[in-house]
Design a protein around this ligand. Structure first.
Ligand SMILES: [Zn+2]
Length: 140
């Protein structure tokens, strides 16, 4: 039993490492750049340290992992073991996301969240196109 837990924690850690190694963020950044949009990344002085900041469009983008930020999609499943550990941790993330979004909006930023599942190959292009539209609508 104990070993099962540690195995699960280990695989969660691995997925966390993969997500902070920023592959999804990189996909979004490269696309924006290819579309001529210029951004700053990981802006620490803004609430939540947004992954991507487009000052010209008053827009910040968070690229969120579905597990860590509890996305309402098939990728999110509550871990079946170690719930005392995961539940508060993930709920804290969700609370923090909400608070950061509110603070950013109060500062006049448009806040866009891109979910990891929206970057799956089959739907990526469509969703990235949609993202550009959203960003451009944010201007002014
Ligand atoms: Zn998702």
């Amino acid at each position: 039993m104990a070993d099962n837990h540690s195995k699960e924690v280990r695989s969660m850690n691995m997925s966390h490492i993969r997500s902070t190694n920023s592959k999804p963020e990189e996909i979004v950044r490269k696309y924006l750049f290819s579309q001529g949009l210029r951004y700053r990344k990981n802006v620490k002085k803004l609430p939540g340290c947004p992954d991507i900041v487009l000052p010209k469009y008053h827009t910040v983008i968070f690229v969120n992992g579905c597990f860590w930020h509890r996305h309402d999609c098939s990728r999110f499943v509550w871990p079946s073991s170690n719930q005392d550990y995961w539940r508060p941790k993930i709920l804290r993330n969700v609370e923090r996301d909400k608070k950061n979004t509110e603070e950013l909006k109060a500062l006049g930023w448009n806040v866009i969240t891109v979910w990891e599942c929206e970057l799956k190959r089959a739907v990526r292009e469509e969703n990235l196109n949609l993202l550009i539209t959203k960003i451009q609508q944010s201007k002014s």
